[in-house]
Design a protein around this ligand. Sequence first.
Ligand SMILES: Cc1ncc(COP(=O)(O)O)c(C=O)c1O
Length: 380
Amino acid sequence: MYRWLVLSSRPDLWTLDPDVLHLNHGSYGAVPRRTQEVMAGLRAEMDANPMVWFRTVAGRLTASRLALAAYLETDPDGFALVPNASAGVTVALQTLPIPAGSRIVLTDHAYGAVRYAAERFAKARGAEVVIAEIPIEADDETVVALIADRLAGASVLIVDQITSGTAKVFPIDALVATAHDRGVPIVVDGAHAPALIDAPASAGADFWTGNFHKWPAAPRATAGLVVAEPWRTASMPLIVSWSEYDERMPERFDMLGTYDYVPWIAAPESLRVLAELDWPTRRPQLTTLVEEGAKVLAKALGTGVAEVAHPPATMRLVELPSSVDLSGGDALKLRVSRELKAEITFTGFDERKFIRLSAHAYNSLADYEKLSAGLPKLLA
Ligand SMILES: Cc1ncc(COP(=O)(O)O)c(C=O)c1O
């Protein structure tokens, strides 16, 4: 019945350890073999003659940056390279005016480090962090209403496009419109969005950031920052660059001194791998795969697949039995890694505990079946 899924799985394009069940692409991605080879070639060039390498980096970065902006279908004049989504959010908070006494509004689904960034800037500017509480089951209309309720006195709204711990898609177009109606700038944390949502930065947010090192399988430390026109002049990289006085915003973020530019230059190779995997056809197949995998696991655990109102294409939450104790931090994850040779992640929300499952092109149903065969006993 699942034969087509097994046939379409392409672990051969990756170098992942075949003895391990890799079911958590969502955390750190996985780089295809071909991109690794491109990186190795670039590193060899760099170490054969560092002087020549650093003379050629600027031109290569421009080419890569334009390719990544085109992939997002966004204006290249407002698109800069940053190391990760955390950096993108930090640049946004550094740029936006946050007057004393104002509010930085987030939701209770926000990524931990993003919340810390909001707290750091709130403290520095004498502002307050306000959290909008959103049930997992909330539909788009409810999400917008609950966030809109918290916007009085806000200087910034930060929202996830796809949440991390709860694997839920937020209605970004409506949230951008709602924030702008109230004159509140909006920062979209699209860490998981590239390759899962088409043209993910198109809603007109003041700032949008997203990782290429998650679903597009680019080398780690490759992310993008999309800045709306009014903020481009004021937006500065976290490391002062040689283009400090360049009027062009993307260029200011390019040459950050002596830095490892190889991942940024190699990243377009992963986009080519995705294109060859026929991603527009493959992505819905991965949805079917992760849904089936989640059902198999939930059945084995005697629980259910969490009813998230708007789940993303390639991640699902499986409820953990209430008896499972996650208070030991990473201890349980480490046991699963050691004893079952499986890489998964546990998340929690509102007293509920979940396993967040991912599916990428190297996965097949057998991966989820193997996990389901071993996990109930380990958790018992
Ligand atoms: C929603 C969300 N925001 C931000 C981040 C941070 O990404 P990075 O570690 O690449 O900065 C993540 C990482 O998983 C995330 O899921």
